[in-house]
Design a protein around this ligand. Sequence first.
Ligand SMILES: [Zn+2]
Ligand SMILES: [Zn+2]
Ligand SMILES: [Zn+2]
Length: 377
Amino acid sequence: MGTEGCSTCSKTQAKKCTNCCKVSYCSQECQRTDWPKHRAICYPVSAQNVGQAGRGWVATRKIKMGELILRETATIALPEETGIWEAGEKIYRQVEKLTKTQQEEFYKLTRKKGLLEVSENLLEAAGDDEKKLEMAKTVARTIEETAIFFNNDIKTEDNCKCLFLKLALTNHSCAPNSSWTGGSKNPRQLELRAAKVISAGEEVTVNYIIVEARFSNKSARLRRLLDGWGFTCCCNLCDFNDEHSQLQMKEDNIKAEIVKTQQEMTQECDKNPALVNWRALCSLQKEILDLVSQLMSAQLLLFREYNSLVHLSQLARNETMLKQALEEWEELLKKLNVERAWKDFNICKDKLEEYSSMLKSKNPPKDEEIMQFLWLM
Ligand SMILES: [Zn+2]
Ligand SMILES: [Zn+2]
Ligand SMILES: [Zn+2]
């Protein structure tokens, strides 16, 4: 940023690259000449110091909802089941193979607190026991790489834990403005996309716990984040700030209401399938959907709620509700542009097609159909 003049020829009359706003060119020709070099950093965010969280991604221009921010392929990958102590050597070997620049980026990342200490304790506890000492030394040799990897890894859809050098810099917020998902062709390639309009200068954030803890209250969230990533969240929904307290209370109340409704649904589902009131379940799910749409990260949470509502509308034989939910779901998908989310939508549509005569029949669903569509989360 702040480049004056053309990046290629230094002429003073130059215009900023419209995609990233980080460099300027005097002509298309100069832009083309620089592209092989520039493409690696031509995205609308730059790594900057963002205070407490250390480095983070900050938008260099206004980013539209659904717009691609970054696309990145994993730099280091381990099978998900690899334990923290056996991982060291495997990580180390992969780090060794990286380019010098990549290694520099790697060692700039944050480390999992406590791991270095554990390693020292292992050495101490081993005492004269040769076998234990040998093991403790193995751990110590690669502890730094291990601590970096396990503080930044992302689970991918092919059941691996992966390190993405760029995405690792994306900080958490409980009310994020973007999200990352895997592509359908290569699960180890992730896309970071804006989930709302992001203004220039705003930090780009994702929710690290968006699936499992999406309706949990503040204290549960803070504990999860502290346990998993060793930081105390200070996003708008978490910090102790009078300015935000109203907002926090409203958000937590809605979430409590959602959890309560989900419990009612679970109770209904625990009944003998022949006795389940599908219409009641369907309207409870509609209530949840209306509640979720009032949350700050609604746009990222609504997919699965629509999916669930479509499924239950099918079982409840509610054609109107099904049609409406499907339309709204598709509308949202168009705005957010997430490839992975389209996949779920298409799977659902195929299933609806297959069972369309059942919907029209108005007969109560039998086990086989229930198995296909009963999907509570
Ligand atoms: Zn030039
Ligand atoms: Zn650019
Ligand atoms: Zn938070």
